[in-house]
Design a protein around this ligand. Structure first.
Ligand SMILES: Nc1nc2c(ncn2[C@@H]2O[C@H](COP(=O)(O)OP(=O)(O)OP(=O)(O)O)[C@@H](O)[C@H]2O)c(=O)[nH]1
Ligand SMILES: [Mg+2]
Length: 214
């Protein structure tokens, strides 16, 4: 029997797989997030926010998606700078917003507080959570927090080139199946995965059927 949680070929002997399955069911029966998403065209004039920890490649991705024509402005009442620009995705005009780096929605810095408030108050159609493939498990904590806001989330696992150099391989399909949201692996620096990203953005609509327990 093969394990359905590891990249193929599974390294675990089948008796270990069964033990892991029963342990999972016993101690973590409801903690796997259950989410679902459908495919449908992006709404016209959609607003998409790029969110994630510092230095994960949000601004580079922003430039790739918008062609680099950017309006940078201070958000009223803050010293936080926000970059906004237009792009075309799936034939539709979209507004793309590059947010300051944040580690958590439980905000500490002014930038984090700004991004949290911005996400919770502005009409955002989609959040692209950009993470570093080398620190995937650590960065998924914010993915779950973002999913809990009920805003549609797409996970962009960036820095694939660096991860691969370190021998880290990300199983996009498996991650997508586990999280229930679209996942794209990419390297913004190498312009790899950008077409897949725009295709998934163009055809993603969220079904608000989430239930999480921690
Ligand atoms: N190797 C590699 N470097 C990347 C990739 N994406 C971005 N970078 C580099 O990572 C650094 C940080 O990228 P930024 O786009 O500024 O990151 P950011 O998420 O906007 O950072 P903050 O604005 O500080 O939150 C830059 O030197 C980028 O050139 C990638 O896919 N691979
Ligand atoms: Mg940036």
């Amino acid at each position: 029997m093969s394990c359905n949680r590891c990249p193929e070929p599974c390294q675990l002997p089948s008796n270990n797989v069964n033990k892991l399955r029963s342990l999972w069911k016993r101690f973590w029966p409801q903690k796997r997030p259950t989410a679902s998403h459908q495919l449908a065209p992006l709404p016209s004039q959609a607003t998409i926010a790029l969110v994630g920890s510092p230095n994960v490649g949000k601004s580079l991705l922003f430039n790739l998606l918008t062609g680099g024509y950017t309006t940078v402005s201070n958000y009223p009442g803050t010293t936080v700078e926000i970059a906004k620009s237009q792009g075309i995705i799936g034939g539709q005009k979209v507004t793309i917003i590059d947010t300051p780096g944040m580690y958590s929605l439980m905000s500490m810095t002014e930038e984090e507080q700004f991004t949290r408030d911005f996400l919770l108050t502005e009409p955002i159609d989609l959040v692209i959570h950009v993470i570093d493939a080398k620190h995937l498990s650590r960065m998924l904590a914010l993915t779950f927090q973002l999913m809990e806001t009920q805003i549609p989330v797409l996970l962009a696992v960036n820095m694939l080139d660096e991860a691969e150099k370190s021998g880290i391989w990300v199983n996009e399909k498996q991650l997508e199946a586990s999280l229930g949201i679209p996942v794209v692996t990419l390297s913004a620096a190498q312009k790899r995965g950008i077409q897949t990203l725009t295709a998934k953005v163009a055809n993603y609509v969220y079904t608000p059927a989430l239930s999480y327990s921690y």
